[in-house]
Design a protein around this ligand. Sequence first.
Ligand code: SF4
Ligand code: SF4
Length: 340
Amino acid sequence: MLTSEQVRKRARELGADMVGIASIDRFEGAPTQMDPRQIMPEAQSVIAMGFRVMRGSLRGIEEGTFFSNYSAMGYGGLTYLYIPLVVINLCKFIEDAGHEAIPIGHQSDWRSIDNEGRLRPRYSRPVAPGKAAPDVMIHLRIAAYLAGLGEIGYSKVFLTPQFGPRQRLGVVLTEAALEPDAIYDGPELCDRCMACVQECPGSAISPSETVKVELCGRAVEWGRLDCEACCIAFRGGRAVEELAEDQQYDEPGFGHKIARNGITPFYYKPRRLYNTGEAICGGRGCLRACMIHLEKRGVLKNRFDKPFRRRQPWTVDWSAPPPDSSEESEAPDRHPGERQ
Ligand code: SF4
Ligand code: SF4
């Protein structure tokens, strides 16, 4: 009989940094569009895995000199390469033991709900009464919470005692009945310090408006995230009313004109890496500020000999000439293949 310990051991051997298991009954009350049982009606267990983002992958953004490494190796590479390989191989292990298993190691780009949880209009329809409209989207952070990996912070980012906000998540649904892990009840990670709110360049995390949910009988609350504001600032842009032609940073999106922000040194938004990325802000608030705060409090197990922040955070003054004015003699150009 397949045991939880065997599954945890195999997942770690394959490359997961953290593994937790939730029994399916913990998802009772999940919204239809996010309910794992809509995908696998006979599911018994949900295995959640955490994959660390290297602290070093944030170094180049912190220094303002090497942005693509976080987007590629810490974000898109994990989401579209590393995590899929681990969850697929873990599913092989579970299916070899005779239990069906679904690897969910990707972002659900086909999901029928938007970032706010609303059904996308004229997108898909349920195939039968009582079924969700495809594609269902498993809420990875809630799955990780129910599997005992950690907490959901005020920023809505998942926090673990190992790495704080510095991981991405993968999930396996399976018909194997596995002994579940306890829900995280260790030392409090998020102390509502609000560093994430204060340092978010898009003012995307509300300081006062919150979202409250009940998960497995526990009240969980986080700050309301303005996904549109995050999406713009995350790529290094800011929404403006008027836009001079030489300020245009990104294609118009969300009905806004998008100018450069002081948090991007790029003339135009760099192209995507692994179908995602473009993380110019490098989680300035929700990731880096939070990590710095949690490391200072000494609550994380992954410790370093030097603090993460060693110099004043940089900004770019786009109204001033560049420090090396010879660069201005060349007209700035779009990166090849930038339009998406
Ligand atoms: S920065 Fe502070 S308030 Fe925000 S999630 Fe981290 S610990 Fe919580
Ligand atoms: S990714 Fe950047 S813009 Fe989005 S919430 Fe985090 S700090 Fe704010």
